[in-house]
Design a binder for this molecule. Structure first.
Ligand SMILES: [Zn+2]
Ligand SMILES: [Zn+2]
Length: 360
C-alpha cells in the first residue's frame, strides 16, 4: 500500500508527484485517508517563494479525512472519546506537547516542540504530514475532533486553519456582544470573522476591503457595512465614528496582512479599544503607528498566531450551527484532483478565490 503525495522542493520548480509507503501507525498514532484538502494562502507563499519553507516537504495543512488505521489502543478525540475506523475527523494543524515552558503558560500555539502539518521536512522518520497527499499520519497527541455530519468535506477542510484561527482571534478579542467590530480584509479569514463576530452578538460588523466583489460577499457573511480600504485613513475613521456614536470601534480584527491595510487600524479604534493582528504571516515592510496615540488613547495591541486546540472545537461548533446562515460552500472551489496539484496552485495564485480544493 502506498500514498500519492505532492513534494515541494523549492519555489523554482513545480511540486513532484511521488508515492510513499503507507506507514503502520505506532501506539497513539492515527492514519487518515484525506477526503479533501484546501490550498491556504500560506501554501501559496511557500510554493511561490514569499516565505521560507523547509524542503523537501508535503505542503497543505487544511484537510479533512477519515480514520483508516490506528496504533494499539485505538484513536481518541481531544476530549478522550474513542474514535471509530471510518469516522470523519479534522485535527489541529499545530501539534503541541502540552508541558513545555510555553504550553504551561497558556501559549500552546507557540510550543517549544511545535509541529505544524504541511510545514515539516520529509525525513526518514516520516513523510506524510501534509494535506497534498492521499494519506496523513497523525502523531500521538494530535488534537483530533470528529466533524459534525452537516458540514460537507469542502467546508470542513479549511476549518483547521481559517475557521480555527478566526476563533482564536475572537477569543483573544474577548466578548463582542453589543460592540462595533471592524474587520480588516474580506478573504477567507475576514469573511469567517464577519460571520463569527455577528454570531457572537456584535451590534455592528464593519468590513474594510479594497475589492468590490469581496465587499459585496462580506455582506452575505454577516457584515452590516462594507467600506473601501482605499479611502483615505481620515475618511475611514470618519465612516466608523459615524457608526459608533462618534467613539470609534471597540475592536479591530486584522486579517489583511499588508502594511497599507494594517496601518489605519489604530485610528479606527475608540479609546481603550482592542487591535488584534493575525493577517501578517509573511515578511513585509514595518508598519507605522503613533506611539503617542497608543498611550493617550490607551489602546491594546495583541498578535495571534496559530491557535489552541479548543479554538478548533469552537470553529466546528460554529460551522455546525451557522452552515445554513451564510454561503460557506461558495468559498471553496474549484476542486482539482491531487494529480493536478500544480494546475491547482497556479490557478489559486492567479485567480485568488478564497480557497481551491484538492480531492485525492
Ligand atoms: Zn492555512
Ligand atoms: Zn509545548
Amino acid at each position: 500500500m502506498t500514498s500519492l503525495a505532492a513534494v515541494f522542493h523549492n519555489p523554482a520548480q513545480p511540486l513532484e508527484l511521488r508515492r510513499f509507503p503507507l506507514p503502520v501507525p505506532a501506539e497513539g498514532e492515527t492514519l487518515v485517508r484525506i477526503r479533501c484538502s484546501t490550498i491556504c494562502g500560506s501554501d501559496l507563499h511557500s510554493r511561490f517563494g514569499r516565505r521560507h519553507c523547509p524542503a523537501p516537504a508535503i505542503l497543505g495543512h487544511e484537510m479533512v479525512g477519515e480514520i483508516v488505521a490506528t496504533g494499539n489502543g485505538g484513536a481518541h478525540d481531544y476530549r478522550g472519546r474513542p474514535l471509530r475506523i471510518g469516522e470523519r475527523v479534522t485535527w489541529s494543524m499545530v501539534w503541541s506537547c502540552g508541558d513545555c515552558y510555553f504550553c504551561l503558560r497558556n501559549l500552546r500555539p507557540k510550543c517549544e516542540r511545535l509541529m505544524k502539518f504541511g510545514h515539516e521536512p520529509i525525513s526518514p522518520a516520516g513523510a506524510l504530514h501534509g494535506g497534498m497527499a492521499e494519506y496523513c499520519l497523525l502523531p500521538a497527541g494530535t488534537a483530533i475532533f470528529p466533524v459534525p455530519h452537516n458540514i460537507p468535506d469542502m467546508v470542513a477542510a479549511p476549518a483547521n486553519c481559517a475557521t480555527a484561527t478566526v476563533a482564536a482571534v475572537l477569543r483573544t478579542a474577548g466578548p463582542v456582544k453589543g460592540e462595533v467590530v471592524v474587520i480588516l480584509g474580506a478573504g477567507m479569514l475576514g469573511l469567517t470573522a464577519c460571520a463569527m463576530a455577528a454570531a457572537n452578538g456584535a451590534a455592528r460588523v464593519i468590513v474594510v476591503e479594497p475589492v468590490e466583489e469581496r465587499r459585496q460577499r462580506a455582506l452575505l457573511f454577516g457584515a452590516h457595512v462594507a467600506l473601501n480600504s482605499e479611502s483615505t485613513p481620515g475618511e475611514l475613521a470618519a465612516a466608523i465614528r459615524e457608526r459608533s456614536q462618534n467613539r470609534g470601534a471597540d475592536a479591530v480584527l486584522e486579517f489583511a496582512g499588508v502594511p497599507d491595510s494594517v496601518e489605519p487600524g489604530p485610528d479606527l479604534l475608540r479609546t481603550g479599544g482592542r487591535f488584534i493582528l493575525a493577517g501578517s504571516v509573511f515578511p513585509s515592510r514595518p508598519v507605522r503607528f503613533s506611539a503617542e496615540q497608543m498611550v493617550r488613547r490607551m489602546l491594546h495591541f495583541t498578535g495571534v498566531h496559530n491557535y489552541a486546540p479548543e479554538d478548533l472545537e469552537t470553529a466546528l461548533v460554529f460551522l455546525r450551527d451557522h452552515i445554513d446562515l451564510h454561503p460557506f460552500a461558495d468559498l471553496i472551489g474549484p476542486a482539482f484532483p491531487l494529480a493536478q496539484v500544480n494546475e491547482a496552485l497556479e490557478y489559486a495564485e492567479k485567480t485568488k478565490p478564497p480557497r481551491v480544493a484538492l480531492l485525492p
